[in-house]
Design a protein around this ligand. Structure first.
Ligand code: MG
Length: 339
């Protein structure tokens, strides 16, 4: 089988600002897995937080010798090989994982969510992300989110009151908060959590820096709101140490290396009685449609990444009224967008 690699730059509709920084565009890499006349599509949206960028993705994929394999159904063996090429590089690994799964679904003529079998959960509404911005732009984002019953509001940049006041000025929808590690003392984090609980926020994602494990446990013992780990959990191996510090985990294909690992993480989180959120980076419909195949297995979904861009080259899952709607096409269900 052959892997074709194609870098692409996603353009954001509005600048996207979180506690870590701001972006106007997001460089990604698409891959095509060609074998027996079927093409599986994958995507890597690199995580700068973990030292990834388009160059590291391209470098990793160039080292990935899929020519040595001739049966894409051997997903475990192939992805085991890919994982062993180098540590990290989880977005690049996810691109290969998604393309392989897409190929298998296409070969079987089945959407992946049907190939995987019933998930057992009711597909949750996806939230829509309100990034940190001026009151005028926040109002515009809330308008863009008109079809979504749940908002995920980014905080942690020092203007939390202004952002939350603006949000509440325009809407009384359910609000979840993501601090992206932005509250750097545990006392500040606890004070913010108490304030957000009074405002009726549903839960808070990653209040403190991921390396502050003892503080996270301290905070969890006192928090009036459920806490979800994001930056504190990348892959399966990270989950076992989390139940003392968090109530749930945010699984993202780009962070965890793909669908195969995500399925294992969902099982592990369930065994530890933790909630599961299915999240995303800023991605095209390729990455989002791949993740959405798992949406009937999770408690919370945050799959709006493709809605924030203006030049998505693909179409796949849609989010009418906030509920992920999967196209009845095999694999991850994407096709090239017609101009
Ligand atoms: Mg997050």
């Amino acid at each position: 089988m052959e892997l074709i690699i194609r870098p692409y730059t996603l353009a954001l509709k509005l600048p996207f600002t979180i506690a870590r920084g701001s972006r106007n565009e997001v460089p990604v890499v698409f891959v095509e897995l060609h074998h027996e006349g079927i093409v599986g599509i994958g995507e890597a949206s690199p995580l700068m937080r973990y030292g990834e960028n388009v160059q590291t993705v391209m470098h990793f994929l160039a080292r990935t010798r899929l020519e040595d394999f001739d049966n894409p159904f051997e997903i475990d063996r192939i992805l085991g090989y890919v994982d062993g090429i180098a540590k990290g590089n989880n977005a690049a690994k996810a691109a290969v994982d998604i393309a392989l799964h897409d190929w298998v679904g296409k070969k079987l003529g089945l959407p992946l969510h049907r190939h995987f079998g019933p998930g057992g959960a009711k597909t949750p509404y996806s939230s829509y992300t309100i990034s940190i911005d001026t009151p005028d732009n926040i109002a515009r984002m809330i308008d863009d989110a008109s079809g979504f019953p749940i908002l995920k509001v980014k905080l942690g940049l020092g203007n939390d009151e202004e952002v939350m006041n603006t949000v509440r000025e325009y809407t009384m929808k359910i609000v979840r908060v993501d601090a992206n590690e932005g509250w750097t003392s545990r006392e500040l984090a606890l004070e913010r959590l108490q304030w957000l609980a009074d405002l009726g926020v549903e839960f808070v994602e990653q209040p403190m820096p991921a390396d502050r494990i003892a503080d996270a446990v301290w905070l969890h013992e006192r928090s009036p709101l459920p806490l979800i780990a994001d930056e504190s959990v990348k892959r399966l191996e990270d989950i076992a140490s989390l139940p003392d510090a968090f109530d749930g985990i945010n699984i993202k294909l780009m962070k965890c290396s793909g669908i195969r690992e995500a399925l294992r993480m969902i099982d592990a989180a369930r065994a530890l009685h933790m909630k599961v959120m299915l999240g995303c980076m800023i991605e095209s419909s390729v990455g989002i449609s791949a993740a959405a195949q798992l949406a009937n297995r999770v408690d919370y979904a945050d799959l709006d990444g493709a809605l924030l861009i203006s030049n998505d080259p693909y179409e796949g899952v849609t989010l009418p009224d906030g509920i992920p709607e999967l196209p009845d096409r095999p694999g991850i269900g994407v096709k090239e967008r017609q101009a």
